[in-house]
Design a protein around this ligand. Structure first.
Ligand code: GDP
Ligand code: MG
Length: 163
């Protein structure tokens, strides 16, 4: 059975890098797809034998008179409504920030299926952030390096039973 996965989290944690990796060379097609909103980018993902729809919550970086928090909250709530599973991403090198805590609150309240990913997980600089991620109360974090393609096996292991 197919499912929809939304990648959520504050700007710059690596959401689009993971999206691109999961969607691979189909990305160009995705970008040209008519009707795709600027804020939510959708693509067809492959992860080993899993095939699913992935949503990247983009557009957060655009400066508007709206607050980043408000914009993120609305985008995240929309993504949660559209998705079967949310991948909540933090930057393990930065550790858990107040914005991350805000996301965790939204996700816990919406009680979606949440998979927690501590990205930028390559190297010892990420060790403390991965440990901190346990405190978000969203289960065991997947130590991921979207850029280097590490931890995708653990992502698979967490997604498979939810698929
Ligand atoms: P987004 O704003 O959450 O979509 O984040 P991006 O995917 O645009 O990535 C933000 C920055 O983090 C870029 O410079 C990426 O190259 C970098 N980045 C993404 N994943 C990793 C990773 O696993 N390790 C490291 N060191 N950098 C990463
Ligand atoms: Mg992005």
């Amino acid at each position: 059975m197919s499912f929809t996965l939304a990648i959520v989290g504050r700007p710059n944690v690596g959401k689009s890098t993971l999206f691109n990796r999961l969607v691979g060379k189909k990305l160009a097609l995705v970008d040209d797809q008519p009707g795709v909103t600027r804020d939510l980018r959708e693509g067809e993902a492959r992860l080993a034998d899993l095939r699913f729809t992935v949503i990247d919550t983009a557009g957060l970086e655009d400066a508007t008179d709206d607050s980043l928090q408000g914009r993120m909250r609305r985008l995240t709530e929309r993504a949660v409504e559209m998705a079967d599973i949310c991948l909540f991403m933090i930057d393990a090198r930065a550790g858990v920030t107040p914005l991350d805590e805000m996301f965790a609150d939204i996700l816990r309240k919406k009680s979606a299926n949440v998979v927690l990913a501590a990205n930028k997980g390559e190297g010892a600089a990420a060790d403390a952030g991965v440990i901190e991620a346990y405190n978000l109360g969203l289960g065991e974090p997947i130590r991921l390096s979207a850029e280097h393609g590490e931890g995708l096996n653990d992502l698979y292991t967490q997604l498979m039973p939810l698929a």
